[in-house]
Design a protein around this ligand. Sequence first.
Ligand SMILES: CSC[C@H]1O[C@@H](n2cnc3c(O)ncnc32)[C@H](O)[C@@H]1O
Ligand SMILES: [Zn+2]
Length: 439
Amino acid sequence: MKSVELMIHARWIIPVDADNRLLEHHTAVVDGGRILDCLPQDQALSRYKASQQIRLNDHVLIPGLVNAHGHAAMSLFRGIADDLPLQTWLESHIWPLEGQWISEDFVYQGTQLAIAEMLRGGTTCFADMYFFPESSAQAASDAGIRVQLATPIIDFPTPWANTTDEAIHKTTTLHDNWRNSTLVSVAFGPHAPYTVSDEPIKRIITLAEELDVPIHMHIHETQQEVDDAIAATGMRPIERLDKLGLLSPRLLCVHGTALNDDDIERLQQSGSSVVHCPESNLKLASGFCPVHTLQQQGINVALGTDGAASNNDLDMFGELSTAAMLAKAVAKDAAALPATEALRMATINGARAMGMDQEIGSLEAGKLADIVAVRMDELNSLPLYNPVSQLVYSTRSDQVSHVWVGGRQLINDGKFTSLNISKITDQTKNWQSRLGNTP
Ligand SMILES: CSC[C@H]1O[C@@H](n2cnc3c(O)ncnc32)[C@H](O)[C@@H]1O
Ligand SMILES: [Zn+2]
């Protein structure tokens, strides 16, 4: 018998593997932070002896959810500027607030709040674009969650960097400082086509290749963005970025609304990923991402919440259900984005977009043990004919009971093991009273 650290015996396991299998009465065997095996319970008990065994008789195990786009620290701006279209929201409300309030402490504490919400809802890895990414890196590392930090690169001075050169230099330093981390990785985050000019984009392309890291950018968020770009440059944003050489498998194209056939062909030919943020797109009335068409073209589509200031939560189960329903309405086809595909979007597709699909995104031997257990004996989950359908269409995030990242347990029966929630609540209320007094 081989000695291992942990065996999780579950009623169902959805590994999100290539065959979309559903396993019943199986065991996930974890050792050294990785999944060693996934096999029938009776075989697990005869082959392995574990220091810890957990029996989850009413639960489904899934890979940790991957939130492929957000601005974690913006959780401190949740509800501060609602019911506005993107450009008014950003230019008249959010950017002035950021100019006044953003600091290392704001980002560390705001990111802690976001991490607590994400972990509690089964997210084990998130891609983040925000100022002071050093503070976000520290918050993620302290909490034990996985993060890919897309550093904020924008043509105007920000509280983090005065110039694009400084932001790019700080990106390479951040990459160097966290190169040995198993939790924190770094990407370039040029903000959007309308805020970053050609020269920095060219430098980013070269450096991203040298460092072998992703590039993460808001692209085609609204029809207005496309119309303005055509008026200013004679080109659609995706056409311009393609001509600059930005489109490639290392690109996460966030939003992807207002896409025409030429845009879709460029995304497909280049192997770029699209990150769909349905709730933010709906709330800001930004537009619709043609998810079904993109998937029919073989484009990798991942799922993100965007920040809590435009969503207004970081609940990937809610996002999953919204994505599945919206895709059907947009395609005028009830068969568009079936539950199995939606779950892939929220797991393995996100991992692939972030260049991490060899390590996370599915429950398969050799991968890091980023695992989530969800209780399926709640009223809204019964009767249970199809666990995947239930997960996507009727599960609430508070049904998440256990969460492991790299084999470390961060949620145990609904309770946090690595975060001091009363401290996070107090510091959040403190920010609320400071921001609430803004004239
Ligand atoms: C360069 S750091 C990130 C920057 O992006 C702003 N932001 C947040 N949400 C959106 C969005 O949906 N579209 C464009 N920009 C967004 C955030 O406030 C920061 O300034
Ligand atoms: Zn965003």
